[in-house]
Design a protein around this ligand. Structure first.
Ligand code: UDP
Ligand code: MG
Length: 323
């Protein structure tokens, strides 16, 4: 378990109608306004039946004290505090473990997400979806955030098979079953809609208002690009291809192998026709390389299949037990 401590209020009310999960790292200045606006919105919409679960992801700017002082006025505020910074995915995961309400909302703590969008998200969810993901259609972030983000969304959209414009929006509404089933770690929070989609949940997105950051600074630097790309591979291998690794390795390996075979066949025909001066052509090397790499990939796929066979169990099926 993570190194964390929990500040629980004494009066744990009955199951609330909605749980908000809000990860935060050094957002002390934004918190008072965020809490005030959420309290107002949720009192109107859910008759005050809510819980706000804040996960303080190792802040050192007094965010925790701000939260505690608000908790004294409103026992529906729950606080989890990490002893150091573990990242947004870890924070979400710990929040998801704790939610009690049938409807779960996640949002950022920096006031970039607008609490006034919650009623529209709820309407969308009630149309019959399990996950409504926000889409920052008009985004107020600097270009060096929005440009890589476009690329990220295009690649993820193509690789995951679910067409969304904005995977990484922190503002989302879920049915409880979804968050109880998703396993979030590393930097996986970027792929939640894809993970839910592969588990068979109904996922959609809707445009949400997005504001420029008013206080503090963004917590994600350039390193997110590398990590994000590596995590996409993990996500693909552990979800889409978990039960059939040969389909992934075998397809790529066969394409490589066939291309290499074709190249060498062409060179052989040339040789047969009397053109024997190909030994200094780079194409010959490429042909051999492709065949070797192709065989290696296919073998890797076969070994993975053997490993999968030894570890098949039913945990990996997403089921709704209606009995
Ligand atoms: N955050 C967090 N842990 C981290 C980094 C960020 O809990 O290690 C929180 C942060 O406080 C904010 C949300 O995740 O509430 C989104 O972060 P940020 O606004 O910095 O990202 P951006 O909007 O710039 O993509
Ligand atoms: Mg932000």
């Amino acid at each position: 378990m993570l190194d964390q401590q929990e500040q629980s209020s004494e009066t744990q009310q009955a199951t609330p109608a909605v749980s908000l999960v809000i990860p935060l790292l050094n957002e002390a200045e934004s918190l008072p306004e965020l809490i005030r606006r959420l309290q107002k919105q949720l009192t109107e919409l859910f008759d005050g039946s809510y819980e706000l679960i804040f996960i303080d992801d190792g802040s050192n700017d007094g965010s925790f004290d701000v939260l505690c002082s608000h908790q004294q006025q409103d026992p529906r505020i729950r606080i989890v505090r990490f002893r150091r910074n573990y990242g947004k995915s870890a924070a979400l995961s710990v929040g998801f473990e704790r939610v009690r309400a049938p409807i779960v909302v996640t949002m950022d703590a920096d006031l970039q997400d607008d609490p006034d969008e919650i009623p529209r998200m709820l309407e969308k969810l009630e149309e019959g979806y399990d996950l409504v993901s926000g889409w920052k259609k008009k985004r107020h972030d600097p270009w060096h955030k929005t440009m890589p983000s476009r690329l990220f969304n295009a690649v993820t959209s193509a690789a995951s098979g679910i067409r969304l414009h904005d995977f990484n929006c922190g503002f989302k509404m879920y049915r409880r079953e979804v968050v109880k089933e998703l396993k979030v770690y590393g930097e996986m929070h970027r792929y939640l809609p894809a993970l839910a989609h592969w588990q068979g949940f109904r996922v959609t997105e809707m445009p949400v208002r997005h504001h420029p950051r008013r206080f503090g600074v963004s917590k994600f630097g350039l390193s997110r690009l590398v990590k994000g790309y590596l995590d996409l591979m993990t996500v693909l291998v552990t979800t889409r291809y978990l039960k059939r690794p040969l389909h992934l390795f075998g397809t790529v390996g066969s394409i490589f192998g066939l291309a290499g075979f074709g190249i060498n066949l062409y060179l052989s025909i040339e040789w047969y026709l009397g053109n024997t001066y190909f030994s200094n052509r780079p194409l010959a090397l490429l042909g051999v390389l492709l065949i070797i790499v192709g065989i290696q990939l296919v073998s890797m796929g076969l070994i993975s299949e053997l490993m999968v066979r030894n570890s098949i169990n039913n945990d990996q099926y997403s089921i709704r037990d209606e009995s």
